[in-house]
Ligand binder design. Structure first.
Ligand SMILES: *[C@@H]1O[C@H](CO)[C@@H](O)[C@H](O)[C@H]1NC(C)=O
Ligand SMILES: *[C@@H]1O[C@H](CO)[C@@H](O)[C@H](O)[C@H]1NC(C)=O
Length: 188
């Protein structure tokens, strides 16, 4: 009797494990999670992110998202979509991302220093938002970065120098009254 009960408990545990592993194999994609975290942190009055569904196998069919041939997110084209809110630090997990365009929205808060993990990033367009706070020095380590535009925000503090930032002129930083640094000829 007691060993029969133990056997039933063992089978019950095995069944639970099987069910939970099939659920996670079907529903888990870290890039889906990273993008859904962003969606949850913004207001999207025009419903531009409506196709962004947390239960998707990958985000490659979503509006404004482009993947590479390995189904990894390569481009996010979220410029002029009317969204407000903050830039999620989880964007730093999109390790194949090459092109991030969030220009012309109403984004507030900091540029997450986690974006420095995007080692394949070529273009970062954040101009014409309401971003504030400092520019993290770690961002100069985005060594593939060719296009940077942080203009017309409310960023403040010293503009970091060196690394890929040596490629950029005042044209990448203009229209942020609180910024200072040699590149914009404003001493700190
Ligand atoms: C700009 O940022 C400063 C802090 O650096 C803040 O006090 C001010 O309210 C911000 N201005 C706007 C228009 O958001
Ligand atoms: C950045 O965007 C502003 C408009 O906000 C534009 O005037 C400027 O030329 C752009 N700079 C670069 C480097 O593309």
């Amino acid at each position: 009797m007691e060993s029969g009960l133990r056997g039933m408990v063992v089978w019950f545990v095995v069944a639970l494990l099987l069910i939970s592993s099939s659920v996670s194999a079907q529903g888990f994609n870290s890039e889906v999670d990273a993008l859904i975290a962003f969606k949850r942190g913004v207001r999207d009055p025009d419903g531009r992110l409506d196709s962004w569904d947390a239960t998707s196998v990958d985000p490659c069919t979503w509006f404004l998202v482009t993947c590479d041939s390995n189904n990894r997110v390569q481009r996010l084209s979220l410029g002029r979509t009317g969204i407000s809110g903050t830039i999620s630090p989880t964007f730093g997990q999109l390790s194949s991302l090459q092109y991030l365009d969030l220009m012309g929205n109403k984004l507030t808060g900091r540029i997450p220093p986690e974006l420095a993990r995007l080692s394949n990033l070529v273009a970062l367009h954040l101009m014409q938002n309401e971003l504030s706070g400092p520019i993290a020095p770690q961002l100069t380590r985005l060594w593939k970065l060719q296009f940077l535009n942080l203009s017309n925000n409310n960023l403040s503090g010293r503009i970091p120098t060196g690394g890929s930032f040596s490629r950029f002129s005042s044209d990448s930083f203009q229209g942020n009254p609180g910024l200072c640094g040699a590149v914009i000829r404003k001493p700190c």
